[in-house]
Design a protein around this ligand. Structure first.
Ligand SMILES: Nc1ncnc2c1ncn2[C@@H]1O[C@H](COP(=O)(O)OP(=O)(O)OP(=O)(O)O)[C@@H](O)[C@H]1O
Length: 317
């Protein structure tokens, strides 16, 4: 558990920039993550997720700007940051002739844990990640899901207040993903601040309190999934089927300013409509008043994928 008051961020990224030659991998990024919060980083390949996470983990330095972990600067105070932060990279190195216990013991020693404190930490982590029955198993014989658990275990061995997890669910089967989600939720419940990246958007929707949509090194939107969806929800996909008079319906829809992209589809008419649910209710009322025999009126709420495409317009660096 962290002693940080809830209104003080455990992660604060302030005007962060990182350039590699002409490539602006991170551009003026700012956000905060509070104790007990899971913040999701959504972005396509090359968006700048790993670069900014590596800066937070003190593995790289910003070109301009700063980032703070539990109030300590990654630039000026990297040692204090490292003690408060666990970083799970998006790869698992090859380790031969090392078993689960030895692997965790190695990282516990690296963090300076001694004696009963070290064995206590290893057993706590093995219990949390349910690896206790596999203590003697060589790690190169573990499944992908088990390796991810072990990697998470290693990340939390020194009980950091902040966890930075780069694509932790990549390559996991659905069951392993659910288990990972449960572990992350539990870490947040224990007061940790968790920053997690993914380009599998639906995966983050359920687990994150807030998400940041990142693209070409810039944070384009930050908020809860509902807030960001709400912002993009001003244009909806609607499909209408009438008993007869499809041609008249198309003419009627074409005359309106708030409707576009009209296509005849599955014996009905599909189009995009400006406005959220109240405007769609009004549209349905007007259709009935115009004496269309409406047998089907379906509007599709945007999925997180739609929201993402809407916000980023699919630009990739
Ligand atoms: N060490 C480096 N040298 C040069 N360019 C780099 C370096 N590291 C990252 N980049 C570039 O910075 C940009 C951001 O890369 P980054 O790895 O942060 O993206 P990402 O969002 O993590 O992508 P992915 O989902 O593919 O891991 C890319 O254009 C990448 O090629």
């Amino acid at each position: 558990m962290t002693s940080n008051p809830p209104n003080r961020p455990l992660i604060e990224v302030r005007g962060l920039h990182r350039y590699f030659g002409k490539t602006k991998a991170v551009q003026d990024m700012s956000f905060k993550v509070f104790p007990g919060e899971v913040f999701g980083y959504i972005g396509p390949n090359g968006a700048g997720k790993t670069t900014s996470m590596r800066i937070l983990a003190t593995l790289d330095e910003p070109t301009y700007g700063n980032a703070f972990v539990d109030g300590f600067s990654v630039v000026d105070d990297p040692d204090r940051v490292r003690r408060r932060l666990g970083f799970m990279p998006d790869y698992f190195g090859a380790y031969q002739n090392v078993n689960v216990y030895e692997y965790l013991d190695f990282f516990a020693r690296s963090y300076g844990l001694r004696g009963a404190q070290r064995t206590g930490a290893i057993h706590y982590v093995m219990d949390f990640t349910q690896l206790d029955k596999l203590a003697d198993k060589p790690i190169d014989g573990l499944s992908k899901g088990m390796k991810q658990r072990l990697c998470l275990g290693r990340t939390m061995i020194h009980d950091p207040a902040v966890l930075i997890l780069d694509e932790p669910a990549a390559g996991l089967d659905p069951r392993a993903r659910i288990e990972l989600r449960e572990m992350i939720a539990l870490l947040a419940k224990n007061g940790k601040a968790v920053l997690i990246s993914s380009h599998i958007l639906t995966e983050l929707a359920e687990i994150c309190d807030r998400v940041g949509i990142i693209e070409q090194g810039k944070l384009l939107a930050v908020g809860s999934v509902d807030e960001i969806s709400g912002r993009a929800e001003t244009i909806s996909k609607v499909q209408v089927r009438v008993l007869d008079g499809t041609e008249r319906l198309i003419t009627w829809l074409t005359a309106r300013d708030d409707i576009a992209d009209i296509v005849q589809k599955d014996r009905g008419v599909a189009f995009t409509h400006e406005g959220g649910p109240p405007k769609q209710a009004e549209l349905l009322k007007q259709l009935v008043q115009a004496e269309f025999a409406v047998v089907d009126f379906a509007s599709k709420t945007k999925s997180l994928e739609d929201v993402f495409l809407h916000v980023t317009e699919g630009r990739v660096q």
